[in-house]
Design a protein around this ligand. Structure first.
Ligand code: G6P
Length: 368
């Protein structure tokens, strides 16, 4: 096992380090030599893309969080209505599906029981299914009408990192291509988005290089009782994943909250010393989330800010700040998630826990 870890202490940190490579591989797998997206391997024709009435994204766990992020990107670029659902809800809900809809299943293993059941239910109702899957030949990959393979390679750590990051790329590629085919973006925006997507591996690498600062901060937070992750829009999707990473491997209670919802209940839990992580990658929403952070601070919270380089006035509010390289706001999830993966990892290590095999959890949930 030590050999498989390639010199790293845990699979999780090894897999975090693999992200620049596997994200790059997944991007390249759908690009032509002249820098265009080619979905012919996935098998959706232009006519079929033009015909889509609504997209239903269905998944569990972190894959569901990819769905939440993808919803923002797809609706913004392609202007197709998207609904994101937990597979365990979708399968028992008598969903409204139209023959012009597309059901997108996201799954690393391709074996998650609820996601597989949602796929079968959709097919039984005659709706086209597209699976974003990592494991070749898995049940979901075999049964779906169309498959977008992520190239994360085998993921061992129960807490997903690299598979999640490659699933995001699949979501971006579909959104960019659907937008182009449906005439929602022009040639310049199309190639600009693709070029920006190609810079993500290098930017992820830079964030990982700065891991010692997060390790230091994590060691200070190892005894935290509760952590709240707050953000708006895509930043809320990032919070969902940051919070799950924290709770699943460190056993510290954490919640993700849409920042504007704090005042509807959660703010009553904020007291002296509680850690609040504000995610502020979306320029249009920056001021709004800062004001929510100020509200938490005035009730005693200790604040971590996660924002873009250049947004230095965050230091007027936050006690500790992590900066990420600039990118198109639609791709911010790919960068902002990295420090949050590292935070969860290093808190778990500082607490001396079994990082790769957290209690009560399985890598793939193949029974209901
Ligand atoms: C388990 C894993 C998660 C994963 C979820 C869905 O809970 O621990 O990391 O996100 O299952 O798995 P899937 O294989 O369908 O992506």
């Amino acid at each position: 096992e030590a050999a498989e870890k390639g010199g790293y202490e845990h699979f999780m940190i090894k897999e975090i380090h693999e992200q620049p490579k596997v994200v790059g591989d997944t991007i390249n797998s759908v690009l032509t030599t002249d820098g265009k997206i080619d979905l012919s391997e996935v098998g959706l024709s232009e006519e079929e893309i033009k015909d889509i009435r609504q997209i239903h994204i269905v998944a569990c766990g972190s894959a569901y969080h990819v769905g939440v992020a993808t919803q923002y990107v797809m609706e913004d670029l392609a202007r197709i209505p998207v609904r994101v659902e937990l597979a365990s809800e979708f399968r028992y809900r008598n969903p409204l599906l139209d023959e012009k809809d597309l059901v997108v299943l996201i799954s690393q293993s391709g074996e998650t029981a609820d996601t597989l059941a949602a796929l079968r239910e959709s097919k039984a109702r005659g709706v086209r299914t597209l699976a974003i899957v990592n494991v070749v030949g898995s049940s979901i990959a075999r049964e779906a009408d169309n498959v977008f393979y992520t190239l994360a390679g085998p993921e061992i750590s129960v807490a997903t990192t690299k598979a999640y990051s490659t699933q995001l790329i699949a979501g971006y590629a579909l959104a960019i291509q659907f937008a182009k085919v449906r005439g929602e973006i022009d040639e310049a925006r199309y190639s600009g988005l693709i070029k920006e997507m190609q810079t993500l591996p290098e930017k992820i690498e830079k964030i990982i290089e700065d891991k010692e600062r997060i390790q230091w901060f994590a060691s200070k937070q190892a005894n935290a009782r509760d952590v709240f992750f707050v953000g708006r829009g895509i930043d809320y999707a990032i919070c969902l994943e940051g919070s799950l990473k924290m709770k699943e491997i460190s056993y510290i209670h954490s919640e993700a909250y849409a920042a504007g919802e704090l005042k509807h209940g959660t703010i009553s839990l904020i007291e002296d010393g509680i850690l609040v992580v504000g995610v502020l990658t979306q320029p249009d929403l920056y001021e709004k989330t800062v004001s929510n952070m100020v509200e938490c601070k005035s009730r005693g919270a200790y604040l971590m800010g996660l924002t873009n380089f250049g947004q230095y006035n965050i230091e007027d509010t936050a006690d500790f700040t992590v900066y990420i390289p600039k990118t198109d706001p639609l791709f911010a999830t790919s960068l902002a998630v990295i420090p949050l993966q590292l935070l969860g990892y290093y808190v778990s290590v500082a607490r001396g826990l079994d990082v790769d095999k957290p209690r009560n959890l399985a890598k793939s949930v193949t029974v209901e």
